[in-house]
Design a protein around this ligand. Sequence first.
Ligand SMILES: O=c1ccn([C@@H]2O[C@H](COP(=O)(O)O)[C@@H](O)[C@H]2O)c(=O)[nH]1
Length: 311
Amino acid sequence: MRALIDAIIAKDNPSVVGLDPKPALIPPILLNSARTVRDVAEAYFAFNIAIIDAVYDIVPAVKPQIAMYEALGPAGLDVYVRTNEYAQTRGLYVLGDIKRGDIGSTAAAYAAHIEGTPSINGVGSTDVWHEDAVTVNPYLGSDGILPFVQAANNSNKDIFVLVKTSNPSSNELQDLRVDGFAHTVATQVAELVEQWGENSRANKYGYSRVGAVVGATHPVLGAQLRTLMPHTFFLVPGYGAQGGTADDLAGLFDENGLGALINSSRGIIGAWKHTDEAETIRTELQALNLVATSARQAALAMKNDIARVRA
Ligand SMILES: O=c1ccn([C@@H]2O[C@H](COP(=O)(O)O)[C@@H](O)[C@H]2O)c(=O)[nH]1
């Protein structure tokens, strides 16, 4: 987690821009001439580049949501990878929201996302995905997670395990009482996350390579999880479009104002839609400029909003 925390401190900003493109978030003029799925994917790429160029000097990280790219098939995945690569060249930490999890042998294959492709016949391992961290799903238990932990240790990268998600029905499973009512499923996973990270805390910040996803939409539980997980950095979705506010974030930071990275996707990349100029776009260049200036403004507003509640 050291690279992420260094970047947060350097930019004095614990927020991440979610790169979740979809047709409804792209100015129509950028899609007008698209005739193939690849054309749509290339429009996503141009949109992403405009946003990255607009925010790279004020935010530490981006979080591309792979689902948006997978929806376009191979052309979309190609754009996912090129977006990641471009963001890294701009000095951004790339957190791939891929939410993988499976039995151990399959999880080991998914872990190539951060460890690189397998070496075969002298063909060395290659970092094809250009991610500095990925999100993982703990539903299968330790054998689904440990291959990712090992891959993170081997490659000096990070993972974020779903602990308490931001969506309304997260309570159906995550709030169930277990262990003689001493725990909920979420707090049980929280304990496991601390254990999974035990061997990777030896950095100046004391946070391990194993982070947790904790939704901004559960502020009371979020503050309890901060206490339960002192060595675990939080990725916090749910701010903005899902209703989470800065006040909901206060309990998620540690006493140094670190410990949490707050995500906003639609709130930043869709900010252009809420401007007066959105109605008057005439050219692709105008559209990309409006996307860029609105995203930057929204990212700065988010930074200032969070600064109010950061210790
Ligand atoms: O609990 C979770 C885990 C992941 N997400 C993802 O974060 C973004 C949120 O987008 P917004 O537009 O800011 O609502 C999206 O990629 C989700 O898949 C989450 O929301 N909650």
